[in-house]
Design a protein around this ligand. Sequence first.
Ligand SMILES: Cc1cc2nc3c(=O)[nH]c(=O)nc-3n(C[C@H](O)[C@H](O)[C@H](O)COP(=O)(O)OP(=O)(O)OC[C@H]3O[C@@H](n4cnc5c(N)ncnc54)[C@H](O)[C@@H]3O)c2cc1C
Length: 471
Amino acid sequence: MSLDKLSSLARHELAQLNFPPANWVPPSSGPDGRPLLDALVVGGGMCGQTAAFALMREGVRNIRCLDREPRGREGPWATYARMEILRSPKHLTGPDLGVAALTYRAWHEAKYGLDHWEKLHKIARLDWAAYLLWVRDTAGIPVENDVEVVSLNLKKEFIEVKTTTSSFHAKKVVLALGREGSGALRWPEFETFNPDNRGARVFHSADDIDFKALKGKRVGILGAGSSAFDNAGEALEAGAAEVTMFARRPQLPQVNKSKWTAFAGFQHGYAALDDASRWRFYTYIFSEQVPPPYESVLRCEKNKGFSIRFSEGWKDIEEDDELRITTSKARYIFDAVIVCTGFDVNLMDRPEITTFRDVIDTWRSHISTEEAEKFPEEARFPYLGDAFQLQGKAGGLQRVHVFNWGCTLSHGALAGDIPGIEIGANRLAQGIARDLFLEDADLHYRKLLAHNEDELKPTQYFVSLSSRRPA
Ligand SMILES: Cc1cc2nc3c(=O)[nH]c(=O)nc-3n(C[C@H](O)[C@H](O)[C@H](O)COP(=O)(O)OP(=O)(O)OC[C@H]3O[C@@H](n4cnc5c(N)ncnc54)[C@H](O)[C@@H]3O)c2cc1C
């Protein structure tokens, strides 16, 4: 089956599922008299588009989904992700929301054939990026590109939204800002180096890096996680003469504990655990860290310029004529360095939420001081409600739903990795549908009273409204 035929089949299946159902949320106006948006999804990456899709499936249709990047540049897949293949197994589902013709497998079979699928080891990264765009187009998910949400201002009855192109009001906002959207790029503490003043030879793994320029160069990599190996592999394949990786740990992490959580019991049940149990699960999972995929390690190992120095963290980076790295054991000179230490989950760092960040409830107030000191990053995760809503004393906070990695301590990885996304998006959309209904409950009651569909009109038992007697 060609991709065109698959698109038609998927649209037909969606129609069979009565998608998209009619919008049921009563229209309302904002303070400026213009129509209020029912939900704004900020971010049109994998989580944002799946959230918007799930909202449409719940009949919440007065929505917008905005992404600051151009089409195809949303999220890591076609930008700073540098692995050749996804880490996850090829059978995973999620962005399809349970529609068979929208699964990755259906897309792959249509594009490359069943035989190719059967022989496939893991999904190629750029195929995944192309697949996500195809799901978006086929299901008609309305992502608007090149629009950045600049600020959100909470009011009791709505949220004021400012974007780079306009201002408007929304009843609900979903923050689907991605991994870095829970906070900022993570830079370790150095003795003198300040990442804000870094020169052109020091990169973070999330930067746009011209790897061709590293041909024949000596490259230092800090970190030994997945992205460290992906960046090392990319540099080696671009012809870097030498790539030296540095890890504080004496060996690589061996087991991906979060892979264990990808089953329905955990995904449905985790959020219902008490705080102490949730804290115990995820502080353990995070502290075990994640091994790099073996494919990424082998990709580096096959180049003779590659080496790893264990138990050797960096103390400082100095840049003048030379680029010098001081470690706990020695000094090294490189032509370029890439810091691969991931993202710091600190929602409070996000410019979009400056106006209310101080009133957001975090895990810190749900654990002991000792635990908060032991796990400072985890303590900064937002403490979310049952549909990913922010909690705290300020009115309107519950209008903001965090649908990215920042939800992990409260809900598990339901808005971070692919395997949890379907359960997460449905939970989010159903919670928003509930809240929107509750907000208009009196209006809905009046609509119920006014509801007068003459079911029996074609029969002899039909009684006109004025002649009906109470039961
Ligand atoms: C390198 C890498 C590899 C990964 N590989 C895997 C894997 O193999 N398997 C797996 O399950 N998971 C993987 N993940 C984890 C996860 O699946 C991805 O991070 C995924 O992209 C998460 O989707 P998202 O929508 O949350 O974030 P993103 O895809 O990052 O999307 C967030 C979007 O928000 C937009 N945005 C941010 N701020 C604003 C704003 N103010 N206004 C408008 N738009 C804004 C950004 O432009 C971006 O497009 C990987 C993650 C990384 C970083």
